[in-house]
Write a protein that binds this ligand. Structure first.
Ligand code: FEO
Length: 426
């Protein structure tokens, strides 16, 4: 194909493969997406059109305020009366924004969505009860005459409703947000655009990473497919060596420890900050106690000693996380909050947690850290440990006991009756 593709100056459909077209929109000035994601050069809302002998399919639409661009491209390729199929792989507004108007203009079209998308269809689009649609899952397909679209059930990538759609004869995967990135380049195709590796990995880290388990499930469906091209809903269309992006997703989603250290031990990480060495002393004793339990590998990190962001990988791999902080002005210290607030991209559900710290007169930090861990759906097997100023020998013994008990909970030695639930603490 030509290296001179320029879609910004005219609003025409761009051929992606035989009778397959990109009819999306460019948003080059966007700098913040969904509040949490930054993008240095905007994004694209990719929509696709597939022509068959007995009708046309439109796969995903665009953000509502880009609808004019989308409809102009669509009209350059087909007439609305030809549309028989509309597939929404994902109903987030950046892909469903033009759907109501598209359905109004294409009265012969039937909408295909995942089962989980039905409630969102009503909530997001205020779709009326008489709106007709078909829910689909893995194994279902829809015919366009001489070609057909097959559906893959790939939920939680990154919403419950997400699915992928596969065009059999051209081996094209319409992947939704999967394999996408916020990178706007009017040259559209991965072999023509600028270097988007950073954007691809950044997008994965912020959007897909919390759903690694679901990524791996989806890859089981995607990897066996013949793949000539991957057509995501954001960023470059992946036509040059598309499989390397699939391989990269598997690498990104596979446990670093499983690939690296290969330890069978349960991993406990203890992070702490200390003003006068008292919380540090507690951390050392807790580490000592936890390390006495066979099958538990303990790592101890002073947050004063480095940046917090490199710890996110470690945290994701850990089985138990303990945070120690003194209380200063009624709060935990900033590096502890920095680390805790950076964990939104990590799935911590079910990991064990614990908090501890020395305090001068109020000591709120421990409870605040515990609340944050509960908010992250971690399990707190032992009530947090607080020590007033310098720990006594007896309190240091309590620290060792605290570490040991959490470690025992980690390897399954603690009885359920020992578990302190949130309700017990208030
Ligand atoms: Fe691109 Fe999840 O919407």
């Amino acid at each position: 194909m030509s290296g001179e593709i320029d879609v910004s100056s005219h609003r025409r459909a761009v051929e992606v493969a035989d009778q397959v077209y990109w009819i999306g929109a460019l948003d080059p000035t966007l700098r913040v997406f969904d509040i949490i994601l930054t993008t240095a050069n905007g994004t694209t809302y990719n929509s696709y059109l597939v022509k068959g002998s007995e009708g046309v399919a439109v796969i995903d639409t665009v953000k509502e305020n880009f609808a004019d661009e989308f409809f102009s491209r669509l009209e350059s390729a087909i007439d609305y009366s030809e549309i028989k199929v509309i597939v929404l792989n994902h109903l987030e507004p950046d892909h469903s924004g033009a759907l109501p108007e598209l359905m109004r203009r294409a009265p012969h079209a039937r909408l295909y969505i995942s089962k989980r998308a039905t409630s969102m269809l009503k909530a997001l689009l205020h779709a009326s009860d008489d709106l007709e649609y078909t829910t689909v899952t893995t194994g279902d397909s829809v015919s366009l005459g001489d070609r057909s679209l097959r559906f893959l059930h790939t939920p939680f990538l990154h919403w419950p409703d997400t699915q992928c759609t596969y065009l059999e004869d051209e081996a094209i995967l319409f992947s939704g947000d999967v394999f996408g990135c916020h990178y706007c380049d009017k040259r559209l195709f991965n072999d023509l655009v600028g270097d988007f590796r950073f954007s691809f990995d950044y997008y994965y880290a912020h959007i897909m990473r919390p759903f690694k388990k679901h990524v791996l499930e989806a890859l089981k469906l995607i990897e066996p497919l013949q793949l000539r091209l991957i057509a995501p809903t954001h960023g470059p269309i992946l036509r040059e060596r598309p499989r390397r992006y699939v391989t990269h997703y598997r690498e990104l989603s596979t446990s670093a420890l499983a690939r690296g250290i290969g330890s069978e031990d349960q991993s406990m990480i203890i992070f702490y900050m200390s003003s006068y060495g008292n919380t540090a002393r507690m951390a050392e004793e807790i580490s000592e106690g936890a390390g006495s339990v066979p099958g538990v590998r303990v790592s101890l990190f002073d947050l004063q000693g480095g940046e917090t962001s490199p710890f996110v990988d470690l945290i994701e791999e850990a089985d138990a996380l303990l945070f120690g902080s003194p209380t200063i002005n009624g709060d935990a210290v900033k590096p502890v909050w920095d680390l805790l607030s950076s964990l939104a991209v990590v799935n911590l559900k079910g990991k064990l947690g614990g908090a501890f710290g020395s305090f001068g007169w109020s000591g709120e930090a421990v409870r605040m850290i515990e609340d944050r861990m509960r908010g992250l759906k971690m399990h707190i097997p032992r009530q947090g440990l607080r020590v007033k100023l310098i720990p006594t020998e007896e309190e240091l013994k309590d620290c060792r006991q605290f570490g040991q008990e959490i470690a025992e909970a980690l390897v399954g030695k603690a009885s359920d009756s020992d578990i302190v639930e949130f309700a017990d603490l208030i």
